[in-house]
Design a protein around this ligand. Sequence first.
Ligand code: SF4
Length: 386
Amino acid sequence: MKYIDEFRQRELAVKLAAAVKNTANPDITYRLMEFCGGHTHAIFRYGIQDLMPENVEFVHGPGCPVCVLPAQRLDMALTLLERENIILCCYGDLLRVPASNRKSLLQAKAQGSDVRMVYSTQDALNIARKHPDREVVFFAIGFETTTPPTAIAILQAQQQHLKNFSVFCNHVLTPAALTALLTTQDQVNNSSLKLDGFLGPSHVSSIIGSRPYEFVPKYYYKPVVIAGFEPLDVMQATLMLIQQINQGRCKVENQYTRVVTPSGNIKAQQITARVMQVRDSFEWRGLGFIPQSALQLRDEFAAFDSEQRFAMPSDTAEPNAEHKACACPDILRGLKKPTDCRLFGKVCSPENPMGSCMVSSEGACAAYYSYGRFRSSQNTSKEQVA
Ligand code: SF4
């Protein structure tokens, strides 16, 4: 298959693994954060960590939109469902994410609320057209990749004079989260997270381009290599990062040139800017409130903004609303691995998630569970025996 099979070739993977092994300096530990959950998934699905020398370590980042959505925003959606005529539309992953006290949208649906899984914003618009007597709310989440379709849906709703469609906007911004990671990594819990470089997001970068990451090498002295999601992409980008580190270079490089350009998709950026503006502050699960890290609808689209239309409460989440033993916040900051969580694989599994990182297939806990759980368990057993 064009553009997929080419990037999964075993022979090339073997060659790249050998190149990484020959290039990595045994005296250096390379701690590379993959910001995106798609990379985490690829690393585990294709066993890439096993192909790396021991001193090349992947640190999982916060780049999964379902994982970083705080309980408070889910609480707001659940509050909305207390209104009788609401149809809440969302993507499937969101249904099982625990809100406060571990309640989820799926539970609300089981209790009679009209929550519907959709595959696109267009599905939500169609539901609004079919039910003019109901209020249809699209629960919008995601990084810069999924934002333009939301903006387009709002413009279409406006053009078609749809009066019963609105968007609960939770779109978040990658560069702001990177800044938060880089500025707070040494202060949270007195821990020290040493990162040597970043595998930059692929889909996000197809929209925003490679230029928005230039502040990372410029102000934080860490190299960034934007990488595609296929296994050879991840391996080649890892090699490029190691080469930069060895040579003392620190730049944004682009491995994913077949899709990403320096300036990105200008048309998509313009459509988003037409409909949305940056919020002053937004809470991320695990990272707390980050200034200018999310989007909200512009005032002229207030009629399509669920938060304005329904005056949604913004302070419903109780302190410590998440499961106390869940390590998601530290995992999302790169401070812990899923296997460090004592609930992992015991009470917490994809069928019974205790935290957001186990819900989405892009979540680090789900990736460990699906592709690495048994190996990790075996290692743990051996360590315990020793
Ligand atoms: S294993 Fe479950 S409880 Fe533990 S950090 Fe992951 S999602 Fe949270």
